[in-house]
Ligand binder design. Structure first.
Ligand code: NAD
Length: 257
Protein backbone atom coordinates (compact mmCIF):
# COMPACT_ATOMS: atom_id res chain seq x y z
CA UNK A 1 0.00 0.00 0.00
CA UNK A 2 1.24 3.46 -0.76
CA UNK A 3 1.69 5.71 2.24
CA UNK A 4 1.83 8.78 0.00
CA UNK A 5 0.68 11.88 1.83
CA UNK A 6 1.24 10.35 5.27
CA UNK A 7 3.97 11.43 7.66
CA UNK A 8 5.91 9.02 9.84
CA UNK A 9 7.96 10.04 12.87
CA UNK A 10 10.60 7.51 13.87
CA UNK A 11 12.37 8.14 17.17
CA UNK A 12 16.05 7.22 17.44
CA UNK A 13 16.49 6.98 13.69
CA UNK A 14 20.00 8.19 12.88
CA UNK A 15 21.26 4.59 13.04
CA UNK A 16 20.30 0.92 13.16
CA UNK A 17 16.69 -0.23 13.08
CA UNK A 18 15.21 3.29 13.19
CA UNK A 19 17.14 4.35 10.11
CA UNK A 20 16.22 1.10 8.32
CA UNK A 21 12.55 1.69 9.16
CA UNK A 22 12.77 5.29 7.92
CA UNK A 23 14.16 4.12 4.56
CA UNK A 24 11.50 1.43 4.16
CA UNK A 25 8.63 3.76 5.10
CA UNK A 26 9.98 6.44 2.74
CA UNK A 27 10.11 3.82 -0.04
CA UNK A 28 6.40 3.21 0.71
CA UNK A 29 5.79 6.90 -0.07
CA UNK A 30 5.43 8.48 3.39
CA UNK A 31 7.24 11.63 4.40
CA UNK A 32 9.58 10.86 7.28
CA UNK A 33 10.87 12.66 10.35
CA UNK A 34 14.16 11.33 11.66
CA UNK A 35 15.27 11.94 15.23
CA UNK A 36 18.02 11.53 17.76
CA UNK A 37 19.55 13.59 20.57
CA UNK A 38 22.44 14.95 18.47
CA UNK A 39 22.30 17.80 15.96
CA UNK A 40 25.19 17.08 13.60
CA UNK A 41 25.49 17.78 9.90
CA UNK A 42 25.51 14.03 9.25
CA UNK A 43 22.13 13.65 11.02
CA UNK A 44 20.54 16.16 8.64
CA UNK A 45 22.43 14.60 5.72
CA UNK A 46 20.68 11.27 6.39
CA UNK A 47 17.30 12.96 5.91
CA UNK A 48 18.53 14.72 2.76
CA UNK A 49 19.74 11.40 1.33
CA UNK A 50 16.38 9.71 1.97
CA UNK A 51 14.55 12.65 0.34
CA UNK A 52 16.86 12.56 -2.68
CA UNK A 53 16.63 8.80 -3.21
CA UNK A 54 12.90 8.31 -2.58
CA UNK A 55 11.33 11.66 -3.51
CA UNK A 56 9.50 12.06 -0.18
CA UNK A 57 9.95 14.92 2.25
CA UNK A 58 12.40 14.00 4.98
CA UNK A 59 13.44 16.04 8.00
CA UNK A 60 15.67 15.48 10.98
CA UNK A 61 14.52 16.91 14.33
CA UNK A 62 16.77 16.84 17.37
CA UNK A 63 15.05 15.76 20.61
CA UNK A 64 16.37 13.86 23.60
CA UNK A 65 14.02 10.94 24.24
CA UNK A 66 15.17 10.72 27.86
CA UNK A 67 13.27 13.97 28.51
CA UNK A 68 9.46 13.96 28.47
CA UNK A 69 9.10 17.58 27.34
CA UNK A 70 11.47 17.00 24.38
CA UNK A 71 9.54 13.86 23.36
CA UNK A 72 6.34 15.89 23.19
CA UNK A 73 8.13 18.80 21.48
CA UNK A 74 9.35 16.44 18.73
CA UNK A 75 5.76 15.59 17.80
CA UNK A 76 4.59 19.21 18.10
CA UNK A 77 7.47 20.45 15.96
CA UNK A 78 6.75 17.85 13.28
CA UNK A 79 3.17 19.21 13.29
CA UNK A 80 1.66 16.04 11.84
CA UNK A 81 2.03 12.38 12.82
CA UNK A 82 0.17 9.64 10.96
CA UNK A 83 2.67 6.89 11.80
CA UNK A 84 4.56 6.97 15.09
CA UNK A 85 7.43 4.50 15.43
CA UNK A 86 8.80 4.48 18.97
CA UNK A 87 12.24 3.03 18.40
CA UNK A 88 14.83 4.98 20.44
CA UNK A 89 16.58 2.65 22.84
CA UNK A 90 19.76 1.95 24.77
CA UNK A 91 21.12 -1.05 26.63
CA UNK A 92 23.23 -1.70 29.73
CA UNK A 93 24.14 -5.12 31.07
CA UNK A 94 24.84 -5.77 34.79
CA UNK A 95 23.59 -7.97 37.64
CA UNK A 96 20.64 -6.26 39.35
CA UNK A 97 22.45 -5.72 42.66
CA UNK A 98 25.22 -3.89 40.79
CA UNK A 99 22.99 -2.14 38.23
CA UNK A 100 23.96 1.58 38.15
CA UNK A 101 20.94 3.69 39.13
CA UNK A 102 21.63 6.27 36.41
CA UNK A 103 21.66 3.51 33.76
CA UNK A 104 18.39 2.08 35.11
CA UNK A 105 16.76 5.52 34.98
CA UNK A 106 18.05 6.25 31.47
CA UNK A 107 16.87 2.90 30.06
CA UNK A 108 13.40 3.26 31.58
CA UNK A 109 13.17 6.86 30.32
CA UNK A 110 14.42 6.30 26.76
CA UNK A 111 13.10 2.77 26.10
CA UNK A 112 9.70 3.12 27.80
CA UNK A 113 8.68 6.56 29.07
CA UNK A 114 9.44 8.23 25.72
CA UNK A 115 6.74 6.11 24.06
CA UNK A 116 4.21 7.36 26.63
CA UNK A 117 5.05 11.00 25.89
CA UNK A 118 5.18 10.71 22.09
CA UNK A 119 1.97 8.64 21.94
CA UNK A 120 0.13 11.12 24.18
CA UNK A 121 1.21 13.96 21.88
CA UNK A 122 0.56 12.10 18.61
CA UNK A 123 -2.90 10.59 19.23
CA UNK A 124 -4.79 13.91 18.94
CA UNK A 125 -3.10 14.45 15.54
CA UNK A 126 -4.06 10.93 14.39
CA UNK A 127 -7.65 11.51 15.54
CA UNK A 128 -7.80 14.80 13.65
CA UNK A 129 -6.43 13.11 10.51
CA UNK A 130 -8.84 10.16 10.91
CA UNK A 131 -6.10 7.54 10.60
CA UNK A 132 -3.09 6.49 12.64
CA UNK A 133 -0.56 3.78 13.35
CA UNK A 134 1.49 3.45 16.54
CA UNK A 135 4.32 0.94 16.16
CA UNK A 136 6.52 0.33 19.16
CA UNK A 137 9.85 -1.38 18.61
CA UNK A 138 9.92 -3.57 21.71
CA UNK A 139 12.09 -6.71 21.73
CA UNK A 140 12.08 -10.46 22.32
CA UNK A 141 12.94 -9.09 25.78
CA UNK A 142 9.42 -7.63 25.88
CA UNK A 143 8.14 -11.21 26.03
CA UNK A 144 10.91 -13.11 27.77
CA UNK A 145 13.94 -12.34 29.95
CA UNK A 146 17.69 -12.77 30.06
CA UNK A 147 19.95 -12.35 33.07
CA UNK A 148 21.74 -8.99 33.58
CA UNK A 149 19.25 -7.01 31.49
CA UNK A 150 16.77 -6.06 34.24
CA UNK A 151 16.15 -2.48 33.13
CA UNK A 152 15.87 -3.37 29.44
CA UNK A 153 13.54 -6.31 30.11
CA UNK A 154 11.41 -4.19 32.47
CA UNK A 155 11.18 -1.33 29.94
CA UNK A 156 10.36 -3.61 27.00
CA UNK A 157 7.69 -5.53 28.96
CA UNK A 158 6.30 -2.11 29.92
CA UNK A 159 6.17 -1.03 26.29
CA UNK A 160 4.27 -4.20 25.35
CA UNK A 161 1.76 -3.53 28.15
CA UNK A 162 1.34 0.11 27.14
CA UNK A 163 0.81 -0.95 23.50
CA UNK A 164 -2.14 -3.13 24.53
CA UNK A 165 -3.69 -0.28 26.52
CA UNK A 166 -3.32 2.23 23.67
CA UNK A 167 -4.93 -0.33 21.34
CA UNK A 168 -7.92 -0.68 23.65
CA UNK A 169 -8.29 3.07 24.04
CA UNK A 170 -8.32 3.51 20.23
CA UNK A 171 -10.09 0.25 19.33
CA UNK A 172 -13.18 1.90 17.83
CA UNK A 173 -11.13 4.45 15.88
CA UNK A 174 -9.16 4.04 12.64
CA UNK A 175 -5.97 3.82 14.69
CA UNK A 176 -3.95 0.73 15.62
CA UNK A 177 -1.16 0.19 18.13
CA UNK A 178 1.20 -2.77 17.99
CA UNK A 179 4.65 -3.78 19.15
CA UNK A 180 7.32 -5.45 17.05
CA UNK A 181 9.58 -7.77 19.01
CA UNK A 182 12.91 -8.29 17.23
CA UNK A 183 15.45 -10.89 18.21
CA UNK A 184 19.08 -10.01 17.49
CA UNK A 185 19.64 -7.49 14.70
CA UNK A 186 23.26 -6.56 13.92
CA UNK A 187 23.16 -2.81 14.68
CA UNK A 188 25.54 -0.53 16.64
CA UNK A 189 23.60 -1.43 19.82
CA UNK A 190 24.48 -5.11 19.37
CA UNK A 191 28.00 -4.43 18.00
CA UNK A 192 28.76 -2.63 21.28
CA UNK A 193 28.04 -5.82 23.26
CA UNK A 194 30.48 -7.97 21.26
CA UNK A 195 33.88 -6.86 22.73
CA UNK A 196 32.81 -7.40 26.36
CA UNK A 197 31.28 -10.77 25.51
CA UNK A 198 34.48 -11.81 23.68
CA UNK A 199 36.47 -10.97 26.82
CA UNK A 200 33.98 -12.60 29.19
CA UNK A 201 33.91 -15.93 27.32
CA UNK A 202 37.46 -15.72 25.92
CA UNK A 203 36.09 -16.22 22.42
CA UNK A 204 36.64 -14.64 19.00
CA UNK A 205 34.06 -12.43 17.32
CA UNK A 206 32.47 -15.12 15.11
CA UNK A 207 32.31 -17.56 18.01
CA UNK A 208 30.55 -14.97 20.21
CA UNK A 209 28.06 -14.24 17.43
CA UNK A 210 27.22 -17.90 16.75
CA UNK A 211 27.60 -19.49 20.19
CA UNK A 212 26.50 -16.73 22.54
CA UNK A 213 24.29 -14.25 20.72
CA UNK A 214 22.57 -16.39 18.13
CA UNK A 215 22.42 -19.30 20.56
CA UNK A 216 18.98 -17.94 21.56
CA UNK A 217 17.91 -17.42 17.94
CA UNK A 218 17.07 -20.81 16.39
CA UNK A 219 17.46 -19.54 12.82
CA UNK A 220 21.11 -18.74 13.74
CA UNK A 221 20.78 -15.61 11.62
CA UNK A 222 20.45 -11.96 12.58
CA UNK A 223 17.20 -10.26 11.61
CA UNK A 224 17.84 -7.27 9.33
CA UNK A 225 16.78 -3.64 9.54
CA UNK A 226 15.07 -4.05 6.15
CA UNK A 227 12.93 -6.88 7.58
CA UNK A 228 11.97 -4.65 10.51
CA UNK A 229 11.11 -1.81 8.11
CA UNK A 230 8.99 -4.18 6.05
CA UNK A 231 7.11 -5.27 9.18
CA UNK A 232 6.34 -1.65 10.07
CA UNK A 233 5.14 -1.06 6.49
CA UNK A 234 2.89 -4.14 6.76
CA UNK A 235 1.37 -2.80 9.99
CA UNK A 236 0.56 0.42 8.08
CA UNK A 237 -1.19 -1.50 5.29
CA UNK A 238 -4.93 -2.14 4.92
CA UNK A 239 -4.27 -5.86 5.48
CA UNK A 240 -3.27 -5.01 9.05
CA UNK A 241 -6.37 -2.93 9.83
CA UNK A 242 -7.67 -5.45 12.39
CA UNK A 243 -4.26 -6.12 13.90
CA UNK A 244 -4.09 -4.08 17.07
CA UNK A 245 -2.90 -4.54 20.64
CA UNK A 246 -0.57 -7.36 19.78
CA UNK A 247 3.08 -8.23 19.23
CA UNK A 248 4.79 -9.43 16.07
CA UNK A 249 8.01 -11.33 16.69
CA UNK A 250 10.82 -11.00 14.15
CA UNK A 251 13.20 -13.21 16.09
CA UNK A 252 14.11 -16.32 14.08
CA UNK A 253 12.13 -18.48 16.50
CA UNK A 254 13.62 -17.17 19.78
CA UNK A 255 10.27 -16.91 21.61
CA UNK A 256 9.11 -20.28 20.30
CA UNK A 257 11.73 -22.02 22.45
P1 NAD B 1 21.10 1.66 17.70
O1 NAD B 1 22.03 1.98 18.83
O2 NAD B 1 21.65 1.49 16.34
O3 NAD B 1 19.97 2.75 17.60
C1 NAD B 1 19.41 3.36 18.72
C2 NAD B 1 18.88 4.70 18.28
O4 NAD B 1 18.34 5.38 19.42
C3 NAD B 1 19.99 5.60 17.71
O5 NAD B 1 19.50 6.31 16.60
C4 NAD B 1 20.29 6.53 18.87
O6 NAD B 1 20.82 7.77 18.44
C5 NAD B 1 18.90 6.67 19.46
N1 NAD B 1 18.93 7.18 20.82
C6 NAD B 1 19.61 6.72 21.89
N2 NAD B 1 19.40 7.52 22.95
C7 NAD B 1 18.54 8.48 22.54
C8 NAD B 1 17.95 9.60 23.17
N3 NAD B 1 18.22 9.90 24.43
N4 NAD B 1 17.15 10.39 22.43
C9 NAD B 1 16.90 10.13 21.12
N5 NAD B 1 17.42 9.07 20.48
C10 NAD B 1 18.23 8.27 21.19
O7 NAD B 1 20.30 0.39 18.17
P2 NAD B 1 19.18 -0.50 17.44
O8 NAD B 1 19.60 -1.88 17.63
O9 NAD B 1 18.86 0.01 16.12
O10 NAD B 1 17.95 -0.26 18.46
C11 NAD B 1 16.75 0.35 18.07
C12 NAD B 1 15.63 -0.20 18.91
O11 NAD B 1 15.46 -1.58 18.61
C13 NAD B 1 15.86 -0.08 20.41
O12 NAD B 1 14.66 0.27 21.06
C14 NAD B 1 16.26 -1.50 20.78
O13 NAD B 1 15.98 -1.80 22.11
C15 NAD B 1 15.42 -2.30 19.81
N6 NAD B 1 15.90 -3.67 19.60
C16 NAD B 1 17.12 -3.89 19.04
C17 NAD B 1 17.54 -5.20 18.85
C18 NAD B 1 18.85 -5.53 18.22
O14 NAD B 1 19.24 -6.70 18.24
N7 NAD B 1 19.57 -4.60 17.64
C19 NAD B 1 16.72 -6.25 19.25
C20 NAD B 1 15.49 -5.97 19.83
C21 NAD B 1 15.09 -4.68 19.98
Amino acid sequence: MSLKGKTAIITGSNSGIGLGVAWEIARSGANVVLNSFTDRDEDHALAAEIAKETGVEARYIKADMSKGDECRALIEQAGVCDVLVNNAGIQHVAPIDEFPVDKWDAIIAINMNSAFHTTAAALPMMRKAGWGRVVNIASAHGLTASPFKAAYVAAKHGVVGMTKTVALETAEEPITANAICPGYVLTPLVEAQIPDTMEKYNMGREEVIKKVMLERQPSREFATVEQLGGTVAFLCSDAAKQITGTTISVDGGWTAL
